[in-house]
Design a protein around this ligand. Structure first.
Ligand code: SER
Length: 319
């Protein structure tokens, strides 16, 4: 990767990935983009930022040509819970947006990274140690778009030789930017509430396991996969990756090690609970390890310690 365009750069992953890639590849070589301009955002202030609506192929193409982009990191997407409340928007942005980006990548010979998700699996997939290659019959519109996206990216690789790569991200935990309406969001909110109120009401049922990953490991996946030797990649779209398989009570117990009077109760959201139950409890990441050396740095307690320290500073909480 030499000249990189990031779509959805103001989102949960984009806002940190932009800074991470600017540190590695140089400030002038990472162009952030999104559908809106937020002047006060550090992303907008710390380098090039372009207005790009992924539903407008001309806008994508203009920016790719303007900066001589060779790699696109396509993050603009609608998440699971928001997708269920607006399926047509989820289809439009997640599929038509991806199609537009693929076409621009094909015409301009760019490599492309775009994430899939644990949502690409469904109840009929084996949910424990979910294999890399297995049944994928998701029942959410988000999951449907993610499986379709995986197939579309594979198709562009086989048909046009496009260098498409991706991972199936688990729930992403971070302190910089909040996630925008997913099922795993509770695992971010719990840390904010632990610091602000010392209690949290969880919308996911005790005992519901899902895969999770801390942001520094999420960012490393992009760099390590995009820099991997293509001759070693048997899979491309998309690799299972995870670091922590957790239920809500595991987060609670981990937080209690640092905030002993923290309390959690439950008020279950039936829609997000049903989604969570249809997703893997834990994915098998063997293919990612073997094909591009996937590894992670943070386990649950290490992540909790770091999250609480960083959030405390961000929220200016003294005690
Ligand atoms: N974090 C996402 C969601 O909950 C899963 O990819 O929608």
């Amino acid at each position: 990767m030499k000249k990189i365009l990031i779509t959805g750069a103001l989102g949960q992953i984009g806002s940190e990935l932009t800074t991470h890639l600017r540190n590695i590849y140089g400030k002038d070589n990472v162009i952030a983009s999104g559908r809106r301009i937020v002047e006060e955002s550090t992303i907008v202030q710390s380098g090039s930022y372009e207005l790009v609506d992924v539903l407008d192929p001309k806008q994508i193409d203009t920016v790719v040509k303007k900066y001589n982009i060779d790699s696109i990191i396509h993050l603009a997407a609608i998440l699971s819970a928001v997708g269920e409340s607006n399926p047509s928007a989820a289809w439009n942005i997640n599929i038509n947006g991806l199609y537009n980006v693929l076409e621009v990548a094909r015409e301009n010979k760019c490599a492309l990274f775009t994430p899939s998700s644990i949502a690409a699996f469904g109840k009929s997939s084996p949910l424990d140690n979910t294999p890399q290659d297995t049944v994928q019959r998701p029942e959410t519109i988000y999951g449907v778009t993610k499986v379709s996206g995986e197939l579309l990216c594979d198709y562009y690789h086989k048909k046009y030789g496009l260098d498409t790569r991706g991972v199936r991200y688990p729930g992403v935990i971070s302190y910089e930017t909040l996630p925008g309406g997913g099922t795993t969001d509770y695992a971010v909110h719990i840390y904010y509430e632990a610091l602000k109120r010392r209690k949290y009401t969880c919308f996911i049922q005790e005992g519901t396991y899902m895969d999770m990953m801390y942001m520094p490991d999420v960012l490393n996946c992009v760099v390590n996969l995009m820099e991997a030797d293509p001759s070693k990649l048997k899979h491309r779209n998309a690799f299972n990756v995870t670091s922590i398989s957790c239920a809500p009570e595991d987060f609670c117990n981990s937080i209690k090690k640092y905030i002993p009077d923290f309390q959690m109760d439950y008020d279950i959201d039936p829609i997000r609970q049903a989604i969570a139950e249809s997703w893997p409890n834990s994915m098998d990441c063997t293919a990612a390890k073997e094909e591009w050396g996937f590894s992670v740095k943070y386990n649950l307690d290490e992540m909790t310690k770091d999250m609480l320290e960083k959030l405390k500073m961000k929220l200016d909480i003294k005690a």
